[in-house]
Design a protein around this ligand. Structure first.
Ligand code: BTN
Length: 335
């Protein structure tokens, strides 16, 4: 861990209390820890951290800037795969594109890219995802799951449960899931998930090897968006954590919590998907309702019964026939 992240980790563990100079010095490696500590603290202050010093008690962190940094997210994160490497960009076209490039250049599973804003944020079905600067968490992760392509929907299901849980824990907002993978509060959209598969062509020397599939998991969470940040088409159907909880939220702490939850649920996806499907069902507002789903140009009406083992929705038609739906849009939901 880098020195800045190590110091922030000590401060976060102390939860606003003073930390002795010796403890802080131990967190920075190097031949001259006293000097390095001084330099690192000055650098953190320059980045906008408010650090109080006391001649006897040491230092304490009073406030953090509303700005994502890899060091601070790492300082609050203990996860093994998702978030093993974190990159933060001021602006990108789409974080999914950055991950695709990284995957092509051989990046390791678990790398996560955040952007403070996206010029061409993508939603499902080619829609635009509005990503205003500094107002949300717009990020993507590279996964290389050992799952058949047919079971890729499991990743989406697991990710929606992880995001909803992390939001509930960190803000107290009653986040729920609307099929297929929207995270909503009071019927309005808080977060969206875009899973894209990328097939990486082997290099000329490796042409005999099978093509490798990887998954790009893109997530957008409206954190501190105000009503005026949404266009007139979105203002009545979208919401944010700030709007729902009545107070601005700490984006860095939420980022760390979401990544930790994604890491946990990702591992469980491979071993105990049934339990995740049960959690999904508890949080889901769609199951047990008569719904109309649009799949391409088709509209299918039926009773939303359950998820199957691959994460597909089982829809019971009036005729009793069960349709297995892997992706689509929910047009109407009736109780
Ligand atoms: C949806 O339509 O609900 C999915 C929205 C996904 C948005 C996120 S923001 C980060 C990542 N980069 C993108 O371009 N899209 C996803």
């Amino acid at each position: 861990m880098k020195a800045g992240a190590a110091i922030l980790e000590v401060f976060h563990r102390a939860a606003g209390q003073f930390v002795g100079v010796d403890e802080l010095r131990c967190s920075v490696a190097g031949a001259r820890p006293a000097r390095q500590l001084h330099e690192e603290l000055a650098e953190l202050q320059q980045l906008g951290y408010t650090i109080e010093s006391h001649p006897h008690f040491g230092y304490r962190l009073l406030a953090s800037p509303d700005r994502l940094t890899a060091d601070d997210i790492k300082a609050q994160l203990k996860s093994s795969v998702v978030g093993s490497e974190i990159l933060v960009f001021e602006e990108t076209a789409s974080t999914n594109n950055v991950i695709e490039q990284l995957a092509k250049s051989g990046a390791r599973e678990g790398v996560v890219v955040f952007a403070e804003s996206q010029r061409k944020g993508r939603g499902r079905h080619g829609r635009t995802w509005v990503s205003p600067r500094g107002k949300g968490l717009w990020f993507s992760a590279l996964l290389r799951p050992k799952l058949s392509p047919a079971a890729t929907s499991r990743i989406t299901v697991a990710a929606s449960v992880a995001v909803a849980r992390a939001i509930r824990q960190s803000s107290g907002v009653d986040a729920r899931i609307k099929w297929p993978n929207d995270v909503i509060a009071n019927g309005r959209k808080l977060a969206g998930i875009l899973v894209e598969a990328a097939t990486l062509s082997p290099s000329a020397e490796e042409a005999s090897l099978p093509r490798e599939q990887c998954i790009i998991l893109g997530i957008g969470i409206n954190v501190n968006c105000k009503r005026e940040d949404f266009s007139k088409e979105l203002v009545d159907i979208a919401t944010s954590l700030e709007l729902e909880s009545g107070r601005p939220q700490d984006r860095t702490a939420l980022a760390a919590r979401v990544l930790a939850a994604l890491d946990e649920y990702y591992h469980r996806t491979l071993t105990e998907f049934e339990m995740i499907a049960d959690e999904w069902a508890q949080l889901c507002t769609t199951l047990g309702k008569q719904i109309i789903v649009t799949v391409g140009r088709h509209r299918i009406e039926g009773f939303a019964q359950a998820l199957d083992g691959d994460g597909a929705l089982l829809l019971r038609r009036d005729s009793g026939q069960i349709e297995r739906i892997l992706s689509g849009d929910l047009a109407v939901e009736r109780t």
